[in-house]
Design a protein around this ligand. Structure first.
Ligand code: DC
Length: 227
C-alpha cells in the first residue's frame, strides 16, 4: 500500500516543546520529523565561526554561496545537520547559537536560500515540520497546522530544567529574559515573522504534561488527516 503523503506544520515560540513533541508524534505516526530551527542554527554557527556579526546582513549574505547544508537521519532516527561535510549537530545546540540563529533568520535572503530545501522534503514524504513560519510561508497548504505555545514563564522554567540536565544551569531571570528577547525578535522581524496561521489550531501546553500534550497533538493530526 502506498504511504499517504501529508504535511503537519508545527509553529510556535522557542521553548514551547515543539521539537520534543513533534519528534515523538513523528515516531508514533511513522513519518519524518524536520527541525527547521536546526537549519538556521547551522547558518548561525557558520557565521559565528567566521567571526561575522550575525546582524550584518551583507556579510551574512556574502557567505551563503559557501554553504552546503544537508540533513540526514541517524539509525536512531535523530536528525543530524551536515555543514560542508562536517556533522555540526552538537555545536548548533550551544546556547549562544540561539541568538545567532535568530539574527541570521531575520535576513530575507537567508530565508529564501532555505525555502526550497524545506519544501522539497515535504514533497517527497509525509512530514511533521517545526519552526516559526512553516504554516504561513514554507508549507501554506499543509494538511494540518498547529500553533504550539505556553507562557514565557512556563517556557523559561522548562528551559531551565533542560539546561540543568545538560550540566549548564542558568538563573531563571536570565533564561526568561533570553526567551522574551527571542520571542520579540522572531515575531517582529519583517521577513516571515513568527505568527499563528489563520487556519492553525492553537495548542497551549502550559497546563499539560508531556503525555497530555502529545495526545492532544496526535488527536488534532488524526482528526484532520484520518491516519
Ligand atoms: O527552533 P529553534 O530555537 O532551534 O530556532 C532557532 C532560531 O531560528 C529561532 O530563534 C528563529 C529561527 N527560525 C526561523 O526563523 N524559522 C524557522 N522555521 C525555524 C527557526
Amino acid at each position: 500500500m502506498e504511504k499517504k503523503i501529508y504535511s503537519v506544520a508545527v509553529d510556535g515560540p522557542s521553548g514551547a516543546g515543539k521539537s520534543t513533541l513533534a519528534k515523538a508524534a513523528a515516531a508514533k505516526l511513522g513519518i519524518v520529523y524536520v527541525d527547521t530551527g536546526a537549519i538556521y542554527r547551522s547558518i548561525g554557527y557558520y557565521v559565528y565561526r567566521k567571526g561575522i556579526d550575525p546582524k550584518d546582513a551583507p556579510a551574512v549574505i556574502a557567505i551563503l554561496p559557501e554553504l552546503d547544508i544537508r540533513m540526514c537521519y541517524g539509525e536512531d532516527g535523530v536528525q543530524r545537520m551536515i555543514l560542508n561535510g562536517e556533522d555540526v549537530s552538537a555545536q548548533i545546540r550551544l546556547p549562544e547559537m540561539s541568538m545567532y540563529a535568530s539574527a541570521v533568520s531575520a535576513i530575507p535572503e537567508v530565508r529564501t536560500f532555505l525555502l526550497e530545501m524545506q519544501r522539497q522534503i515535504a514533497r517527497t514524504t509525509a512530514v511533521i515540520m517545526d519552526g516559526r513560519d512553516i504554516g504561513t510561508v514554507v508549507l501554506p497548504d499543509a494538511e494540518v497546522k498547529i500553533f504550539l505555545t505556553a507562557s514565557a514563564e512556563i517556557r523559561a522554567r522548562r528551559r531551565m530544567k533542560e539546561l540543568e540536565q545538560r550540566g549548564t544551569p542558568q538563573p531563571f531571570e536570565e533564561v526568561l529574559q533570553q526567551i522574551v528577547e527571542r520571542d520579540w525578535a522572531d515575531s517582529h522581524r519583517e521577513a516571515a515573522p513568527l505568527k499563528q496561521a489563520d487556519d492553525a489550531v492553537l495548542l497551549d501546553t502550559g497546563l499539560l504534561n508531556f503525555e497530555e500534550s502529545l495526545t492532544a497533538l496526535l488527536n488534532i493530526i488524526r482528526e484532520k488527516v484520518g491516519v
